[in-house]
Ligand binder design. Structure first.
Ligand SMILES: NC(=O)C1=CN([C@@H]2O[C@H](COP(=O)(O)OP(=O)(O)OC[C@H]3O[C@@H](n4cnc5c(N)ncnc54)[C@H](O)[C@@H]3O)[C@@H](O)[C@H]2O)[C@H](O)CC1
Ligand SMILES: [K+]
Length: 220
């Protein structure tokens, strides 16, 4: 089903309708998002060590789901959290806990040096730092993580939206994760129509998250 490019607010509406009116839970949406993204990462880059950079919100939550499914695909994967995992909440916290209890490697990278160490050894870097919830210029280690990732020769795959670019306006908030591939959920985002942004998004793939046709029809 072809959906026109959506704004962050429209994507949020889909989430809210799915959860509040249809009884689809946020965890179901995140599981669909993460498992679909994991399969696509495996297709795009079928070999090599995968490092998943995680921030604080549900984009990070996707990363914890992606890691679990990458391991099931027999891939070598590690998670790098640039925030204190104690600060995670909601569905992101739930999937962090599942990943942690599943003994998936989760590294707390609290500074640039550790980030650089962990990222230079990765063949594929998956950006789960910020998604549609990003606001303003990148703060703290978020800017460092993007800069370091951009300097590696790893394959860079952004989840939902590359960190550092506004998904509606295409404005770059400091520096943006320069993705070779972007795996976005439900539909293209408005900024993906802006020619100048194409080098930040790279090749774009759309993954459904289980919101039913009746929900999506309003945006067809
Ligand atoms: N329907 C869907 O498409 C689904 C999308 N999913 C994923 O959820 C994210 C959106 O999650 P949200 O928690 O709203 O936002 P983020 O993960 O982007 O994080 C926001 C979080 O990060 C901090 N923050 C915001 N701006 C900055 C900044 N400039 N510098 C540093 N830190 C920042 C702040 O703490 C915010 O709370 C979406 O993109 C998808 O990946 C769901 O998984 C499933 C349904
Ligand atoms: K991202």
């Amino acid at each position: 089903m072809e959906i026109r490019p959506l704004s962050r607010d429209e994507v949020r509406q889909i989430d809210n309708v799915a959860i509040e009116q249809y009884g689809i839970t946020g965890l179901m949406l995140m599981e669909n998002a993460g498992s679909g993204a994991a399969r696509l990462v495996n297709e795009i880059a079928p070999a090599g060590k995968v490092a998943i950079l995680c921030g604080k919100g549900n984009n990070a939550g996707d990363g914890y789901v992606i890691a679990r499914h990458m391991e099931l695909l027999d891939r070598e994967v590690k998670l790098i959290s640039i925030v204190d995992t104690e600060s995670l909440t909601g569905d992101a916290k739930a999937n962090f806990q599942i990943a942690d209890r599943s003994k998936l490697p989760i590294i707390a990278a609290a500074d640039r040096v550790r980030l650089a160490q962990e990222l230079t050894s990765a063949d594929i870097i998956v950006d789960c730092l910020l998604g549609t919830g990003a606001t303003g210029s990148l703060r703290g280690l978020f800017a460092d993580a993007v800069a370091i990732a951009n300097q590696t020769d790893a394959i860079r795959i952004a989840i939902d939206v590359p960190t550092g670019i506004d998904c509606d306006t295409g404005q770059i908030m400091g520096e943006a994760f320069c993705a070779h591939e972007t795996i976005t959920f439900v539909a293209h985002k408005l900024a993906m129509q802006i020619p100048e942004c194409h080098q930040t998004f790279g090749r774009i793939h759309v993954v459904g998250i289980g919101a039913s046709k009746t929900i999506l029809q309003r945006f067809a």
